[in-house]
Design a protein around this ligand. Structure first.
Ligand SMILES: [Zn+2]
Length: 73
């Protein structure tokens, strides 16, 4: 199953959900449990630049970088 990134519309945090392609339901925020989240299109390299959020999410960013390195090798 693929992983999808979702962003919370309340706290702006991004979290990853593993789910089936057919599952169109919207998960709640993993951090604050807010109901409104939006699906992000995962595209390494052009991720969220210039939007102003993601600054405080350094732990997640580090994890993602490591994942990308692994898959490229
Ligand atoms: Zn949230």
């Amino acid at each position: 199953m693929p992983n999808y990134d979702f962003q919370c519309e309340k706290c702006q945090k991004i979290f990853e959900i593993r789910r089936s392609l057919d599952d169109r339901s919207i998960p709640k925020c993993q951090f604050c449990e807010h109901q409104k989240t939006k699906k992000l299109i995962s595209a390494p390299g052009i991720v969220f630049k210039g939007k102003g959020f993601y600054k405080t999410d350094s732990i997640k960013t580090e994890t993602k970088k490591q994942e990308i390195k692994k898959t490229k090798k």
